[in-house]
Design a protein around this ligand. Structure first.
Ligand code: F0G
Length: 457
């Protein structure tokens, strides 16, 4: 059959409601026009993030009942460690309560002031942790990753020439490690090819610089390699993931994504020296090294979830959801990042609202209008999230102005997506009257979570 179906049926439901337009207007105003400050129950289709928002399987819930809550050496930890080692092959696994905790330990131990950390694209928390430790987060994405309408298989690849130039310009001792993010969340959820990971590693080896993978969406990346890269169609997603990790010296992970869990993360590495440094901080900040801020039941749910994320039927269905939405938006002429990402569809806000200056945040204009029209919550990935501000308060726009519609895993059905398409189309038709915004309050790091906006007429 041509129709791709959800490879599961629904056993538990959670009610959602659509509140009235007047109620949404009042809610958005009370939230200072920042959708992060809305109540979740006031959002009918919540695509703010795919992080920690997925539905767990019956096997995961059953595993949770087996959670061993011993402080040290629990059975759940042993299951977790075994699974992560099977997938990644790393010698040392340190559990953390989520991805940014792993990033924080990594940055606090290995980065000194003025160090450079290259990546294809750093995500917001990664960049914030690096900067907080005095480092400089450098994005070395391939050029086609910035061309939203260009169709190419691996637009998340790192530009090897840019990497080489970066290493020559800043001397090796200022680069304690390099990262690569799979898939590239910041740039449209685009995948990184195996060839690129291999070449990045080869390049770094010449200088003795270690490679870490930010592997939040490693299973989605493995699926893209399976589908698009010659030589991988007959390999299992587990084998592909294992090969990806074989080129790295360590990884940071948020199990809230491809761990199919609601909380959790890990930091992993091969080096004994790094492990000792990481462990020192882990115990202080997260907990004993066999639970790292997680309950035994969380470790169990993650151990099952990581393997479920590598099931081909699950990935086929997940990808079909993105394709279904993307193809219908393209048909309506709505500008999106092409091809669709692994976890989200990204609207190109700069093309959608060409009349709104980047420093008036076109992405926020669209996000707020999606909420007002249909109670849909998306998120801006543009100048508010990734722009930079110098000491004099002068702002530089992000190279991409995107609105991300991120799909919680195994949560929404096709009719939810049909409703979403109708909402986006309505916003598209009214695009000429959508205003820009200005920020009236912001904090220094990760301002997008808490800042306040007002409309600029
Ligand atoms: N790295 C990437 C690529 C991410 O997408 C995220 C989280 C993190 C690290 C941090 O993980 O949230 O567990 O601390 N991204 C979420 C998002 C929040 O909405 O994309 P965390």
């Amino acid at each position: 059959m041509k129709t791709i179906i959800e490879p599961f049926r629904i056993k538990t439901t959670e009610p959602i409601k659509i509140i009235s337009r007047e109620e949404r207007e009042a809610a958005l105003k009370a939230a200072e026009f920042n959708v992060f400050l809305l109540k979740a129950e006031d959002c009918c289709i919540d695509l703010l993030t795919d992080s920690g928002t997925g539905a767990m399987s019956t096997k995961q819930w059953a595993a949770m009942m087996l959670g061993d809550e011993s402080y040290a050496g629990s059975k759940s930890w042993i299951n977790f460690e075994k699974t992560v080692k099977t997938i990644t092959g790393f010698n040392h696994i340190l559990p953390t309560h989520q991805g940014r905790a792993a990033e924080s330990i990594l940055a606090s131990t290995l980065i000194k002031k003025g160090d450079i950390i290259p990546n294809n694209s750093h995500f917001d928390t990664t960049r914030a942790n690096i900067e907080f430790s005095g480092g400089i987060a450098m994005n070395l994405l391939c050029d086609e990753g910035l061309e939203t309408a260009k169709i190419a298989s691996f637009k998340g690849n790192m530009d090897i020439e840019k990497l080489d130039r970066c290493i020559r310009e800043y001397s090796v001792d200022r680069i304690p490690f390099c990262m690569i993010t799979v898939t590239n969340n910041t740039g449209g959820g685009q995948p990184v090819s195996m060839e690129n990971i291999r070449n990045v590693k080869k390049q770094l080896n010449q200088y003795g610089i270690p490679l870490l993978i930010d592997c939040c969406r490693f299973a989605e990346n493995a699926f893209f390699i399976h589908e698009r890269e010659p030589g991988y169609a007959d390999r299992s997603l587990l084998e592909i993931a294992q090969e990806m990790f074989s080129y790295a010296d360590g990884a940071t992970m948020s199990c809230k994504k491809d761990g199919l869990a609601n909380i959790g993360g890990f930091l992993a590495c091969n080096s004994d020296e790094w492990e000792e440094q990481f462990r020192n901080l882990l115990i202080m900040r997260e907990g004993f090294p066999t639970y790292g801020g997680l309950a035994g039941r969380d470790l169990e749910a993650i151990a099952v979830g990581l393997m479920e994320a590598l099931e081909i039927d699950y990935q086929i269905y997940r990808h079909a959801t993105m394709e279904y939405l993307a193809s219908r938006l393209i048909k309506r002429g709505i500008p999106i990042v092409q091809p669709s990402g692994g976890h989200a569809v990204f609207i190109d806000a700069a093309k959608f609202l060409p009349h709104v200056d980047p420093l008036r945040y076109p992405g926020i204009g669209i996000v707020n209008q999606l909420y007002l029209e249909g109670g849909v919550r998306g998120v801006e990935l543009g100048t508010v999230m990734f722009g930079t501000t110098d000491e004099k308060g002068r702002e530089t726009a992000s190279p991409l102005e995107l609105v991300r519609l991120a799909f919680p895993r195994r949560v929404y059905t096709q009719s939810h997506v049909d409703y979403l398409i109708e909402v986006i189309e309505t916003v598209w038709k009214s695009r000429n009257s959508i205003p820009g915004y200005r920020i009236t309050y912001q904090q220094k790091y990760l301002r997008h979570f808490t800042c306040h906006f007002e409309m600029v007429e």
